[in-house]
Ligand binder design. Structure first.
Ligand SMILES: [Fe+2]
Ligand SMILES: [Fe+2]
Length: 368
């Protein structure tokens, strides 16, 4: 149920006052009997929740729709057939195999830190319907790690598996990347001020909205050349989950921008740094060595993604040139399956359909 403009205004003023009096982000008590869960008094942050999941009369109805969609996206990695990939692996070029393993290693890092960090962000969320989405997100990030384990244990030869999990120990570019991402989250954990909370939230959005996609593109690219179709099937499902997380942060960040002290310059600076790191890593692990991907297409795609993610939170594009207004990989969209009303076929080289999707109230997700 939406509240009136007047109520919104009152809540906003109250929010502002609470923010200015709050040196550190409050963490919700386990149970707060003196809390007030009335719809009109609910707030995403700085509210006074009992901490009961009272979901019958919510304020943020978008969260209920999103949660429903996230649940309907349910899937199990081990149910997807990746046997063809076991043979295909040996037909990859050395560069393709290097990229395949490096990207798996990087994505394992991303989902690991998400599983670890989202509970920190969630512990200060005072609207139970939003907290519910984050609980589902945490579960999905954990399951994504299980998918990587399934791929690594099935496809990668046993003597190479540890090297994939621990690539960050030996690869300086990956280690720098991991440390940069973790540092922004750690800053809030070490010093949980509202300013650092906002930065952590934005860092989450960058991870969800920018950091996965050159990796996804790599797998769709291989699949478009009839290579590693099982891996692409799994990444389609992860891609769909990640886009639901992007949607969550696209709702949260404009709300946070009304409440938390922040600078627009800082947001643009974070986006520019994120783009630079993403290009550096992708050029390092994929570069110009893979058919269908070049350093120029990586740059175009990453800047295009940054632009659409900024627009989605109400900000102007960082890269206004025309070429950054479209994806260089639109020909791979049919492999991503993100525009098909969240309905995904397993192994697109087969005629049979395996889907855990029961129904869909949302038409498509996003551009790849
Ligand atoms: Fe994930
Ligand atoms: Fe995610």
């Amino acid at each position: 149920m939406e509240v009136s403009t007047e109520q919104n205004k009152t809540s906003f003023i109250k929010n502002k006052q609470m923010f200015s009096q709050t040196p550190l982000m409050p963490v919700n008590p386990i149970f707060n009997p003196s809390g007030d869960d009335r719809t009109e008094n609910r707030l995403i942050w700085f509210g006074n929740t009992t901490n009961l999941m009272q979901l019958n009369d919510v304020r943020y109805s978008w969260a209920i729709s999103l949660y429903q969609q996230m649940r309907e996206n349910f899937w199990i990695p081990q149910k997807l057939d990746i046997t063809q990939d076991v043979n295909d692996y040996w037909n990859l070029t050395i560069e393709e195999r290097y990229a395949y393993e490096g990207i798996l290693s990087y994505l394992t890092f991303l989902d690991s830190v998400q599983t670890c960090n989202i509970p920190h962000i969630k512990s200060s969320v005072t609207a139970p319907e939003v907290s519910l989405c984050m609980a589902e997100q945490i579960s999905q990030e954990g399951m994504h790690n299980q998918s990587y384990q399934y791929i690594i244990e099935t496809i990668i030869p046993s003597d190479r598996r540890s090297a994939v999990y621990e690539f960050w120990r030996t690869d300086k570019v990956l280690a720098d990347r991991c440390e940069f991402i973790a540092k922004l989250y750690q800053k809030y954990v070490d010093n949980p001020t509202p300013e650092n909370y906002f930065v952590s939230l934005l860092a989450d959005y960058l991870l969800e909205g920018l950091y996965f996609y050159n990796g996804f593109i790599y797998f769709y690219n291989l699949a478009s050349r009839m290579l590693m179709p099982g891996s692409a099937d799994i990444f389609k499902m992860i891609n769909r989950d990640e886009l639901s997380h992007v949607r969550l942060y696209q709702q949260l960040i404009p709300e946070a921008m009304k409440i938390f002290s922040h600078s627009i310059d800082l947001i643009y600076e974070m986006f520019a740094t994120a783009v630079a790191y993403e290009c550096r890593w992708t050029n390092h692990i994929v570069g110009n060595n893979i058919l269908g991907i070049t350093e120029a297409s990586t740059e175009q795609y990453t800047k295009y993604l940054a632009n659409i993610r900024l627009r989605a939170i109400g900000l102007k594009p960082l890269y206004p040139e025309k070429k950054y207004s479209k994806s260089p990989y639109s020909h791979l969209e049919r492999f991503s399956d993100t525009k098909k009303e969240a309905h995904t076929k397993a192994n697109f080289f087969e005629a049979s359909v395996t889907s855990y999707v029961m129904s869909s109230g949302v038409s498509g997700w996003d551009e790849i």
